[in-house]
Design a protein around this ligand. Structure first.
Ligand code: F6P
Length: 539
């Protein structure tokens, strides 16, 4: 089947996306799909019905249906860590949770949800106070990677759904400047710190949490009162307690919830603090709706599957190895950053589950930012360089502000970009344009080549009505599943991240060398850089 796809990719050489539209006036209708509050227009992709049929056959051949079921029912598909991958169960109704997790574990999940919701309620009711007896006004969520991106991206997206005047902040970066920046905005007497770490050994998170602890102590909080200011979310509750968090303020998570898919667990606590329990439940409901669509729809009518198959077609067969994600929605401007983690940490692999090398490019480099700003930055390269960069546009039909004209301009830009990327501009068109602008023939011939755009750059556009908690949940689940399928098709484990672990190990090594230990494994370059730092700080 892969050979067929390679052949089909070659066959496309003499046709363009624009040709497909000329041949089929109904292309938009046949190559668009609605689900979970979204319309996906994939008619501007560089593919034919034959390509889609072959991708569909290949998906069947790869056992995709069974792989999807295996994930949902809790098989240990993260085989390198011996874990199930069950973030989906956290947004499922209680009876489904019981069927999959069993009575005991399902009760633990339900109890954790209740505790989390109660904590949100008591905070909102002003019943929790800090060391000086003042009511908490601010929550700082300390966590990194999967313990940060999910809540943060939803927090920004759902700002207008903020339910309470409690301010929620996030601290991820292990950079003193970031800590200072947060502390400047906060009053220690009224700040609750939520330490989010699945393992509770992550260096960045623990250092930041310790800095906040010291800040509280320096501000007059004594040791006995300190635990009033801390909540933790962790799959290692004993470590959180050892850190100083009161046992009744530790919300558990489980090893069967992957970090970058953990928003749906108590990792979402800071988000629930901001948008309220009801909206948090709507977020979960939106994700559950997408889960059901994903589990039950046939592949070519299944939005996450289709997006993944198209992504693989672009990356592995057409050899376009990057993907621009461009939300035309200010509230979604953090979404590409979130997606970089969830996609590239999941799919950035080189071997399949059997340890066999996969020789084709598996998944793209993901990048992006809010669309209009991207237009005035990297999109020049997308229009005119030799590199073809497929794009996913994300746009709301309705905005959140009263500036109606702004929204018209925003949406017009989005639609225009996908058109420009597809149509491009030929030399003849560029030349004629120059002549029409009053240039001489000689001037037109000189200038025209600079105005040529090859076009034929594929894109999809994901349209929704208006951003709300349910849509946001659906969007997050859509991409989670897209990424799962991307991995499943190449038979890889999307749920480990050994590359990241190597960075963590070597980080420890360098720290030891700072402290005077010798390490012959460090290269001359790194040793030179270490010496520079040590000289600067007289180490
Ligand atoms: O970024 C790498 C990573 O391993 C992620 O998978 C994880 O979400 C993050 O570190 C933080 O880990 P923890 O939640 O254990 O602190």
């Amino acid at each position: 089947m892969e050979n067929t796809l390679h052949r089909l990719a070659k066959d496309l050489a003499n046709q363009s996306i624009a040709d497909f539209f000329a041949q089929d006036v109904n292309r938009f209708d046949s190559l668009s799909l609605s689900a979970g509050g979204f319309l996906l227009d994939y008619s501007k992709q560089y593919l034919t019905q034959d390509v889609l049929n072959s991708l569909n056959d290949w998906a069947a051949q790869q056992g995709l249906f069974n792989k999807i079921n295996a994930m949902f029912k809790g098989d240990k598909i993260n085989h390198t860590e011996g874990r199930a991958v069950l973030h989906t169960v956290l947004r499922a109704p209680r009876d489904v949770q019981q069927a999959i997790l069993g009575q005991e574990l399902a009760s633990e999940v339900a109890a954790t949800d209740r505790r989390m919701a109660q904590l949100v309620e008591t905070l909102h009711a002003g019943e929790l106070t800090g060391f000086s007896g003042k009511v908490f006004t601010d929550v700082v969520a300390v966590g990194i990677g999967g313990s940060y991106y999910g809540p943060k991206v939803c927090h920004e997206a759902l700002k207008s759904y903020r339910q309470h005047k409690l301010n929620v902040h996030y601290l991820a970066n292990v950079d003193g400047t970031a800590v200072v920046g947060k502390l400047e905005k906060l009053n220690p007497e009224t700040t609750l710190v939520v330490v989010i770490s699945k393992t509770f050994v992550t260096q960045e998170t623990l250092l930041n949490a310790t800095a906040l602890k010291q800040w509280l102590l320096d501000s007059g909080c004594d040791n006995q009162q300190l635990n009033k200011h801390f909540v933790a979310v962790s799959a290692a509750p004993e470590k959180a307690i050892e850190f100083g968090v009161a046992p009744d303020k530790v919300l558990p998570m489980w090893d069967w919830v992957g970090g970058r898919f953990s928003l749906w667990s108590a990792v979402g606590f800071p988000l629930a603090c901001a948008i309220g329990n009801e909206n948090f439940e709507l977020l979960r409901a939106g994700a559950y709706e997408m889960d059901q669509h994903f589990q039950t729809s046939d592949f070519l009518n299944n939005m996450p599957v289709l997006m993944a198959l198209i992504g693989i077609w672009n990356c592995s067969f057409l050899k376009y190895n990057s993907l621009a994600v461009l939300p035309y929605d200010h509230l979604l401007r953090d979404f590409p950053g979130y997606l970089q983690q969830v996609d590239m940490e999941s799919s950035g692999k080189r071997v399949d589950v059997n340890g066999e090398e996969i020789t084709l490019a598996i998944a793209p480099i993901v990048f992006g930012q809010e669309g209009t700003n991207g237009q005035h930055a990297f999109m020049q390269l997308m229009h005119q360089s030799h590199q073809v960069i497929p794009t996913e546009f994300i746009v709301a039909l309705e905005g959140h502000s009263q500036f109606i004209e702004h929204h018209r301009v925003l949406v017009a830009n989005c639609f225009a970009q996908s058109e420009a990327l597809m149509q491009g501009k030929t030399l003849v068109q560029a030349y004629d344009e120059c002549i029409a602008n009053g240039l001489s023939e000689q001037q037109a011939m000189t200038l025209a080549p600079h105005k040529v755009m090859p076009g034929n750059s594929p894109s999809s556009t994901l349209v929704f009505d208006k951003l709300n908690p349910k849509i946001m949940g659906s969007l997050m689940a859509l991409y989670e599943h897209k990424i799962f399928v991307q991995g499943a098709m190449w038979n890889l484990n999307s749920f480990d991240q050994w590359g990241v672990e190597l960075g963590k190990q070597l980080g420890q090594t360098v720290m030891k060398v700072f402290d005077g230990e010798q390490d012959s494994k460090l290269s001359g370059s790194s040793q030179g850089l270490v010496n520079l730092f040590k000289n600067k700080h007289n180490l």
